[in-house]
Design a protein around this ligand. Sequence first.
Ligand SMILES: Nc1ncnc2c1ncn2[C@@H]1O[C@H](COP(=O)(O)OP(=O)(O)OP(=O)(O)O)[C@@H](O)[C@H]1O
Length: 361
Amino acid sequence: MAHIQLKNISKTFGNHTALTGLNLDIGDGEFFVLLGETGAGKTTTLRMIAGLEKPTEGQVFIDGVDVANWGAAERDVALVLQQYSLYPRYTVRQNLEFPLKPKIRRLPDAEIKDRVDRAARTLRIEHLLDRKTDRLSGGEMQRVSIGRAIVRKPRVFLMDEPLSALDAKLREALRTELKNLQMQLGATFLFVTHDQIEAMSMGDKVGVLNHGRIVQTGTPYEIYNNPRDTYVASFVGSPPMNLIDGKLVNGRAVMAPLNFELPFEGRAKTSGATDGRPLVFGIRPEDVYLESGAPVEARVHDVENHGVEKILTLRVGDAMLRATVPARTDVEIEQPVRFAWDPDKVVLFDKGSGINLRHAG
Ligand SMILES: Nc1ncnc2c1ncn2[C@@H]1O[C@H](COP(=O)(O)OP(=O)(O)OP(=O)(O)O)[C@@H](O)[C@H]1O
C-alpha cells in the first residue's frame, strides 16, 4: 500500500505541453480515478508515477519519499494496460509466473506457485491455468493481465483504461470485480479512464483532467452535485447538466427566455453582485419535471426511451433543455408541456470563466 503525491508537475514534449502544474494526493488504499478526454494527459501522469517518464518540473512522492531518482523497477508499482501484455504461446500459469521469475532475486518455487494459485482464485481463472493465452476471450485475457499485476504484490496498481477494449456487459461486470478486488487487497489503485460512468461508479475519489490540468478533485457525489466549472458540469452526467444563459438583475439571477429567477444571495462564495453580470444556470435533467400548473410552457422536441426512464428534449423559444422523466410519462413530439425544476438544485456559473460561483465568487 502507498500514499502517492504529485506536486506541481509539468511535462512538455518538445514545444507541446502535456501537463501543467498538476497536484494530486492519492491516499493509502484509495481507489482514485483520473478522468479525462483523449489527450488530456492521463497516460503521461501514470507513466510518471511508474517511472517511465520524467517530469519536466515538479516532484513525485511515494510514501513521502521523492522518487525522482528511482527507476521503474524500484518503485514497486504495477501497470495494467488496455492492450493485454501477455505472451501468446505460453499458458496462463506461465504468464502469471513470469513477473515472479526475474533473473535476480527469483522467489522460491513454492512461493511462486502459492501466489499464482491465489491470484487465479481471486480472479476466477483457475480453470484456465493450463490454457494458452491466445485461446482466451478478451475478458479472460484482461483478467490474466490483472493477475500478472496481483502476483507481484505491488505497492500501487496503475491501470490505464483496462476495460475499454471489452464489450459493455463485460465491462460492467469487471468494474464491480475490480472494485471488490481493490477492497480485498486494500491496495492503492490509480485507474485512468475517459468514461465518466466508469469513473463515477468506481472511484472513491475522482480527479477530472482537462488539457493537462486538474480541474476538480472530489468524491463522485461532489463532482456530480457541485461541479467546479461548466466543463465538469457538461462532461460528467448522462445526459449532461443543462447550461442556460442568464444574468444578474437587481440582486437576482434571471434567466429571461425561461422566465425564471432566483435570489443571488447565498449562491456565490462572495457577493460579486454587479448588475448585468452574465451568468450560466446549471440544472441536472433529473431535477426538471413536468407539471400541468408549472409556469413555463415548452414543446417536446425529442423523446428518447431508455427503458426505466425517458429523456425528453424540451424547446422554449431558442432554448433547449433535457429532462429525465419516468418511463410511464406519456408525451409525443411537438406536444406542449409545462415544466418546472427544483430551485435548490440550480448551480450558478460565471459566464466568462465558467467557474461555479459556490467555488469562487
Ligand atoms: N512521447 C510523446 N511525444 C510527444 N507528445 C506526446 C508524447 N506522449 C504524449 N504526448 C502528447 O501529450 C498529450 C497527452 O497525452 P496522453 O497520452 O497522456 O493523453 P491521454 O489522456 O492518456 O489520452 P488517451 O485517452 O488518448 O490515451 C497528448 O497531446 C499527446 O499527443
